[in-house]
Design a protein around this ligand. Sequence first.
Ligand code: NAP
Length: 354
Amino acid sequence: MLPVGRKVVVSSIAPDPLAAIEQASLVAMPAPDPAQLSPRDVIIAIASASVGWVDLLMMSGQYQHAAKPPYTPGLEYAGTIAWAGADAAIAVGERVLVDPFLAGPRSLGSYQGSGGFATYAVAPIEAVHRIPGALTFDEACNLLGNYETAYHCLVTRGRVQAGETVLVHGASGSVGLAAVHIAKLLGATVIATGRSRAKLELVAAQGADHIVTTDTPLRDSIKALTGGRGVDVVYDGVGGDLSVESLRCVRFGARYLIVGWAATPFVTRTQANVLPTNLIMMKGLDVLGCPTAISTAHDPSSRAPRLEQILAWAGAGKIHPLVSRRYALTEFADALRAKWHGETVGGIVLHPAG
Ligand SMILES: NC(=O)c1ccc[n+]([C@@H]2O[C@H](COP(=O)([O-])OP(=O)(O)OC[C@H]3O[C@@H](n4cnc5c(N)ncnc54)[C@H](OP(=O)(O)O)[C@@H]3O)[C@@H](O)[C@H]2O)c1
């Protein structure tokens, strides 16, 4: 018999992320009852849950996919198997990470309410992967969402080749840092941008070849770093003015990857980002929208090779998601606020058991 735990509950969608954090509550959580579960289900005792930007968007209705309240946030989590159904071929005590497309708030079926900001979660066996290589729980819960996004954008959509130069905006963030790591694995040169030199120095220590703060004219810096030519690929997770400025930093025929818009998150109530068609046309650009989950829903066959490569890289020690801050579950509000205010480089995690 598993002991009573705790979970964070989102009871209604709030008007903005800071209000959403205030509205969320921490409540007691009876352990899931195996008698109510499918033989293909497992109960996971959660060790680490990633605190995601997308969690904040979802809690405030700014995300394309809405979990139905009441639900527990935490798109990605990792822990140990505490119970396994008769048809779930995995042993109690195994260290696992859970696929956010198949369980938790980002999934579409009946496991949507069971996120990682909790002592326990229930997931179907097909959502469970043994943690590859020497990854810690903290690293494991920052693997799939970030690196699948970076892979989908850079490899599937961007077709990045060794020797090319990739400009990564928001490089200190979770999907930005994953893009720095994957672009380097692909043999590209990486120019990382951000608002804070101190954060960018950490990004350089993570592999970026050049760092550029966005408080100076970007075009001059990028042209100087590329011998006047411009970059081959832009990975844009920031949006706003930076997107438009980026179009002046590219070579003719470059690929421009629209990854996200961290600088303009309120898409339901403000004008969406707008790109000038004259620059796109005169530079012969390929502008590519890169919604990983939506693209995967349209073409499920795109997932297996991506997942296989990321788990293989992680297993071989070539990918180490950076986790900069750790919080107890009782501090979930502080953790979410730190994410919203961009206080860290890479990931933030909650420790439900700590
Ligand atoms: N395409 C996809 O499938 C996909 C998947 C996941 C996420 N996303 C999107 O990708 C974007 C980044 O996600 P993430 O998880 O990496 O978020 P994150 O960890 O919070 O990182 C966002 C980064 O953007 C930079 N930024 C620049 N201007 C900003 C501003 N005004 N406000 C906040 N941040 C600003 C920050 O870096 P500095 O502080 O260094 O400037 C921050 O580190 C989001 O829009 C998210 O929705 C897309």
